[in-house]
Design a protein around this ligand. Structure first.
Ligand SMILES: [Zn+2]
Length: 504
């Protein structure tokens, strides 16, 4: 590289460093003698040389035949004995709030909140998640999320909830009508004061999301659970209109749907992705947990229509973990959550959501382990159902997307990053292999969200969001528990600088 160009490019790097903290790649990178494991490959490519420039993969060749380049601007890494894989994608997260903290609590504890907001993005990276999709967000929330140092690449869907339906029912009136900027108002419904219903038709809502930079649309079919039942649900025609507008704008449509009724509705409306597994089989009574004829029809239709499914099984276990006496002492948590946040979770104030859930479940505040276990047994059928439905889809090559719904509620029991690794264990229990999990967390997710031009494989032209692993991820999910290096847009990150409570 002529000196003048090198100088100019260094100036450009400095400008980028000012403009895009966290999104910048430091230097050119070359990884030598590495084994590439990528979901589109039939077999790994051994002894490869991978070059990265400007945050993208620019060359892949055999290490022996290529001339290794080195200059002051190139970082060379020896990949001998290591595996190079695409970074993982979690296609269902919620990043707006600190897990387990209300906005009021965040305002009252600024030090705890700052430590949490700085750490949480790193915790996703620590477990290999270089891309996240927040399914209900806004440009303002995304800007806040991206302002905290090193952050995975993050995209968002707008949340097109039906007015006063799930999930906007949890917000107080009338603020909910301001917060849920993409809510749908159906014809014949009285709009709230000051809200123009013309801005809340399927077409208007989808256009606004698109203009705001959303890549997908999230819809909901949920009559309620816990202490909330009989919520209004959208009309089929409404969601069909949403799908039509979204597809015209090139955006996939996801639907919160975890029951047979909801997934049938989603299929009839033509949505692309069910944002949960088939947990609740309300219309099929069965003495066994084997897939019943009605459930089989739904799953077969999902396979035939190539609808993506996000099992999100760990969500159900996370409810139990909220009540576990030892959960917050799990040493793995201290790697993903700052110590002052963990301390706050243990305080009476930090236990608020546990109190809410125990009241909903009619548990005493000081429930003993056997009472908790008895209550959790209520979830056993849902766990059983989703495992059977997932296994059925695995056997028929259904489109399973890796997704965690982290956090699924204002709970501390879906810890960032770690929750993804826990979900992988649930998927193994349901019959997925490590290779299938690897593919669903990389290429399948990228395709479903229309990001596969940029991410999902180790190929020339793709963004250099990569993992350098000590074990082959198609053979074991333990590969993600001891990552050697995380590469984010060409920038090499060491796990020791990503873990919580580490001296930086
Ligand atoms: Zn969710």
């Amino acid at each position: 590289m002529p000196p003048k160009i090198a100088f100019v490019s260094r100036i450009r790097w400095l400008m980028l460093a000012v403009a895009l903290p966290g999104a910048l790649s430091a230097a050119d990178l070359q990884i030598e003698h590495v084994t590439i494991v990528s979901p589109e490959r039939v077999s790994p490519m051994r002894d490869a040389l991978v070059r990265v420039h400007d945050g993208r993969i620019v060359a892949i060749s055999r290490a022996d035949g290529a001339t290794a380049r080195s200059s002051r601007d190139t970082i060379s890494m020896d990949g001998s004995g290591l595996f190079l894989a695409p970074g993982l994608i979690d296609s269902h997260v919620h990043l707006g709030q600190i897990p387990g903290m209300t906005p009021d609590q965040e305002a009252q504890h600024p030090d705890v909140a700052k430590a949490a907001r700085d750490q949480i993005p790193r915790s996703y990276l620590l477990y290999g998640f270089t891309t996240l999709i927040d399914l209900i967000s806004t440009p303002q929330e995304m800007a806040l999320w991206k302002s905290h140092g090193i952050v995975p690449d993050t995209y968002f869907c707008g949340g097109a909830a039906l007015m006063d339906g799930y999930a906007m029912n949890y917000a107080p009136k009338p603020q909910r009508y301001q917060w849920w900027t993409y809510m749908l108002i159906e014809p014949g419904t009285q709009a709230p004061d000051g809200i123009d219903p013309a801005l809340h038709t399927p077409q208007a809502v989808v256009s606004r999301m698109k203009a705001d930079g959303a890549i997908c649309v999230k819809t909901f079919f949920e009559r309620g659970f816990g202490g909330v039942r009989d919520l209004p649900v959208p009309k089929l025609e409404t969601i069909r209109e949403v799908v039509k507008a979204a597809h015209a704008a090139g955006m996939p449509v996801l639907m919160h749907a975890n029951s047979d009724e909801a997934q049938r509705f989603g299929l009839d409306a033509g949505v692309d992705i069910m944002a949960h597994g088939l947990w609740n089989w309300y219309q099929e009574q069965s003495a066994t947990s084997d897939v019943t004829p009605g459930i089989r029809k739904i799953l077969d239709d999902e396979v035939a229509q190539n609808v993506g499914l996000q099992p999100t099984i760990q969500v159900l276990y996370g409810i139990r973990d909220l009540f576990s006496a030892s959960f917050l002492s799990d040493p793995r948590l201290s790697r993903v959550l700052p110590s002052n946040l963990l301390e706050w979770y243990r305080s009476p104030e930090g236990q608020w959501f546990r109190v809410v859930v125990s009241q909903e479940m009619k548990l005493p505040a000081d429930a003993n382990p056997s009472q908790i276990e008895r209550v959790f047994k209520q979830f056993a059928p849902a766990v059983d159902h989703v495992e059977h439905a997932t296994a059925y889809l695995v056997a028929r090559h259904g489109c399973i997307l890796f997704a965690t719904d982290t956090p699924s509620a204002p709970t501390y029991a879906n810890p960032p990053g770690l929750n993804g690794w826990l979900e992988m264990h649930r998927l193994l229990d349901a019959g997925e292999t490590p290779a299938q999990i690897f593919k669903s967390a990389t290429l399948t997710n990228a395709q479903a969200l229309k990001l596969d031009q940029d991410i999902g494989t180790v190929q020339v032209g793709k963004r250099a969001n990569l993992l350098l692993l000590r074990q082959d991820p198609t053979q074991t999910i333990d590969a993600y528990a001891g990552i050697e290096k995380v590469i984010l847009n060409g920038r090499v990150l060491d796990p020791s600088e990503l873990a919580a409570n580490a001296a930086r």
